[in-house]
Design a protein around this ligand. Sequence first.
Ligand code: 5GP
Ligand code: SF4
Ligand code: MG
Length: 448
Amino acid sequence: CGIIGIYSDSPVNKKLFYGLNSLQHRGQESCGITVSNSETLLRERGMGLVIDVFDENKLNRLEGNLGIGHTRYSTEGGNYEYNTQPLLSFTKGTEISISHNGNLINYQILKTRLEEDGMMFQTTSDTEVILFLIARYYKDDIVDAIKKTMDVIEGAYSVVLLLKDKLVAFRDNRGIRPLVIGETESGDTVIASENAPIEIMGGRAGRNILPGEIVVVDENGINSYFHGGAKKPKHCIFEYVYFARDDATLDKVNSYNFRRRCGEIISREAPCDVDLVVPVPDSGIPSAIGYSQETKIPFAEGLVKNRYMGRTFIKPTQEEREMAVKLKLNPLRHVIEGKKIVLIDDSIVRGTTSANLIRRMRDAGAKEVHLRITSPPVEYPCYYGINTPSRMNLIAANNTVEEIRERIDADSLAFISMEGLQSATLIRDDRFCKACFNGEYPVDPVVI
Ligand code: 5GP
Ligand code: SF4
Ligand code: MG
């Protein structure tokens, strides 16, 4: 998901709208905004893209100088209207609204316990547990309530929270999901999942909020507190592989440069003798550029991408997934006909994309199609806010690289090594979660 919060001395409705648009890639199912007009919180939400959910009228109803927003892609809790964020609670005379990115792993246990205490939930999303706990612990000190909540929730969470007069943000003790804070030229404070919204509003991308950090923005300025239970950082490496925008610099790693380096590295790890380097757009482009610059093999756009399709990987049936790939990407016969090609993509999950593309590139006349993947095989599901299917449906969990090569009918197939992936961050120590590749979960998944 994408989250954002803005504290300003002028209306934030349009700013939140623009900011959410630049976080659209992080969630396309639903979106919403809550603002404070300093007396009460006002909220608008809806299913679909930011540009479709919000119009002039809706934005005009959101009058206030501080607010938060959310773009949703479901991991815990289905794609239903009632799970749309921000959530809003009116507990003990206090209005609290929150937007959450991540996934709690002890959500079911906490939820059951709270239900036994008489709590009735209105959503099936883990975010409501966070909101409920904060509301329960809140007396007049929000930082204290958040600390108590952080004592009991486990897993991945980056959260922005709105009170009548405060914008608050906090990040789990491992910093699994990203969160950045910056200031714009006009003096607004912007907190968001990525730096793009901050830059778009005329700011310099400030800094990442640290694991376990709680930031409060109000009339006293920007103040920072710590939960105190800091763990070894475990930033999600998949953000750089695929999820974040190319212009995102998260926890000191720039996605674009990371992707370009991954292309260089895999060209050395698994060279092949071809005429053209072709990316699977968009996520494969920086890596294909890196591959091409390193090998001096020409870069070529051999696939046309339909820009209006969004991120279509979460389709319920295999047929729909196949059709989605066809609609999204079409081979450029005039570029690839008679050529030996190395195709560059960021990841193989089910194998739908690569099998389909390779078949159609051959139909369009490609002489050879080699595939290079700039992440290691995805063998384990993610429990921290990236939607991966269960092991049963992960092609790499059930097949060797050679078996995958056969099934997708590539002339050759290679994945970047774990060492290669790490070295592309330019950081030596092991501060990244790579559990979907190596099964080393930083927080044990609770399986019920
Ligand atoms: P596949 O077709 O192998 O299931 O999915 C691989 C393609 O989906 C890649 O092109 C990749 O860009 C995209 N993708 C990236 N992240 C995810 C994710 O979290 N889940 C899924 N299912 N696909 C993803
Ligand atoms: Fe990211 Fe993979 Fe870890 Fe999930 S398991 S947080 S996708 S690195
Ligand atoms: Mg892709």
